[in-house]
Design a protein around this ligand. Structure first.
Ligand code: ATP
Length: 356
C-alpha cells in the first residue's frame, strides 16, 4: 500500500555560510547517498549535521555548490517543491488533532481523493504498529508512540527522501533501541532513502548502511560501520566511534600495499592505506590489545596499573613507555593483578595506520 519512490541524494562542493559568520557551517562538502540506503550523518555538536540535513530538505539554501535529488538539480528549489519529508526530534505533532488527522494532514495538500487519504493513513499507522490508535490525541500516547505517528505521517507522503533529525533523543534508552530497529525495518522493507542525523555512535553503527562522520564542517570519513570501526582514517574518527589507543609510530618504508612500521623497538608490516614513509599514528581497539607474559616475543613491556571488573569484561590500564594503554578482555577470569609486569601485544589485524 505504502510504496517507495526512493531517489539518490548528491552534494557537489556544497558550502553553507550563515549570515555574516566568518566560518562556514558546512565547508565544501561532496557526498552521495544511493537510492534505497540509510546513511547517517554522525558527529559532535556544531559540526554541521543538521545544516546538511536542512539543505537536503530545502529549509536552508546552499551558499555555494549543487544539490541533486534523483539526479535532478534542486539547489534553488524551495522546500515545498522538493519531494522530501522530515521527522523531527520534537515529533511536531498537532496536539489538538487526532492521530489520524495528524497522519492525513500532509496528504490533504497533495491532491489525493478523500478515500485514498484515509486508506493511506491507515496503512501508514499499521506499518508503524499503531493500527488501533487513529482516534487518540497525541497526549494520550507515549513518547515512542508519538514518534511513530511522526514517522507514519512522513511515510504516507511516499517521499523520494526521508530525513530524520535526531529522532530518538527524547526517548529513554530502552525505547530508543526498539524504535531505531523499527525505523530500520521499515526502511529496508520499503527500500526507502533515509538520511539520519545523530550524535550517538552506537545508534549510527546499529542502523546505517553507511556513516558519514563530520567534524568542523567537513567530512572526516565516509564508510560502512565496519570500515569506520576497523579502519578509522584518523584519531578523531577512531576516538569518536568506539575507543582506541593511539600510538605515535614511524613508517620506515612502503612496499606496494605494505608499510614497514616502527614503534620503538617493535616492528611490523601493516596495510599502508596510501601513506608514505615518515611519522604516522597507529590506532588499536582495546579489545585488540593482548596481555601476555612479560618478555614474550613481539610485545611491549608494561605494568598493570589497574584491573576493573565490569560484569561482562575485565578492563585494564597498562603503563608503557608509549603512554597508558587501555585493554578489554571478555575473559573475566584472566589471572592478572595490579602491579604485575606484562607484555603488551597486538591481535592480528589489530593495529591500523592512521594519519598523523
Ligand atoms: P547539533 O548536534 O548541536 O545539532 P550540528 O552538527 O547539527 O549540531 P549545525 O546545527 O548544523 O550542527 O550547526 C553548524 C554550525 O552552524 C554551528 O556552528 C552553529 O552554531 C551554526 N548555525 C546553525 N544554525 C545557524 C543559524 N540559523 N544561524 C547562524 N548559525 C547557525
Amino acid at each position: 500500500m505504502i510504496k517507495s519512490n526512493a531517489a539518490s541524494v548528491e552534494f557537489r562542493d556544497v558550502t553553507k555560510v550563515y549570515g555574516k559568520s566568518p566560518v562556514p557551517a558546512v565547508n565544501n562538502v561532496s557526498l552521495f547517498v544511493e537510492a534505497g540506503k540509510l546513511v547517517t550523518l554522525l558527529g559532535p555538536s556544531g559540526c554541521g549535521k543538521t545544516t546538511t540535513l536542512r539543505m537536503i530538505a530545502g529549509l536552508e539554501m546552499a551558499t555555494r555548490g549543487h544539490i541533486l535529488i534523483g539526479g535532478a538539480d534542486v539547489t534553488h528549489l524551495p522546500a515545498t517543491d522538493r519531494d522530501v519529508s522530515m521527522v523531527f526530534q520534537s515529533y511536531a505533532l498537532f496536539p489538538h488533532m487526532t492521530v489520524n488527522e495528524n497522519v492525513e494532514y500532509g496528504l490533504k495538500f497533495s491532491g489525493f481523493a478523500k478515500r485514498e487519504i484515509g486508506d493511506r493513513a491507515r496503512a501508514g499507522l499499521e506499518l508503524v504498529g499503531l493500527g488501533g490508535y487513529g482516534n487518540r490525541l497525541p497526549s494520550e500516547l507515549s513518547g515512542g508512540q508519538q514518534q511513530r505517528v511522526a514517522v507514519a505521517r512522513a511515510l504516507v507522503l511516499e517521499p523520494q527522501v526521508l530525513l530524520f533529525d535526531e529522532p530518538l533523543s527524547n526517548l529513554d534508552a530502552k525505547l530508543r533501541r526498539r524504535v531505531r530497529e523499527e525505523i530500520r525495518d521499515i526502511q529496508t522493507k520499503l527500500g526507502l532513502t533515509v538520511v539520519y542525523v545523530t550524535h550517538d555512535q552506537e545508534e549510527a553503527l546499529a542502523v546505517s548502511d553507511r556513516i558519514i562522520v563530520m567534524n568542523n564542517a567537513v567530512i572526516a570519513q565516509d564508510g560502512t560501520p565496519r570500515e569506520l570501526y576497523d579502519a578509522p582514517a584518523d584519531a578523531f574518527v577512531a576516538d569518536f566511534i568506539g575507543e582506541a589507543n593511539i600510538f605515535d609510530c614511524e613508517i620506515a618504508s612502503v612496499d606496494g600495499q605494505l608499510a614497514n612500521v616502527r614503534l620503538g623497538g617493535f616492528e611490523t608490516q601493516l596495510d599502508a592505506r596510501g601513506m608514505r614513509p615518515g611519522p604516522a599514528k597507529l590506532a588499536v581497539r582495546p579489545s585488540r590489545i593482548q596481555i601476555r607474559t612479560v618478555g614474550a616475543p613481539s610485545t611491549i613491556p608494561g605494568r598493570l596499573d589497574k584491573v576493573t571488573y565490569v560484569g561482562s569484561d575485565l578492563e585494564f590500564m597498562i603503563g608503557t613507555e608509549f603512554g597508558e594503554v587501555f585493554a578489554v578482555s571478555s575473559d573475566v577470569d584472566a589471572p592478572f593483578v595490579p602491579g604485575q609486569d606484562v607484555g603488551v601485544g597486538f591481535a592480528a589485524r589489530g593495529p591500523v595506520l592512521i594519519r598523523a
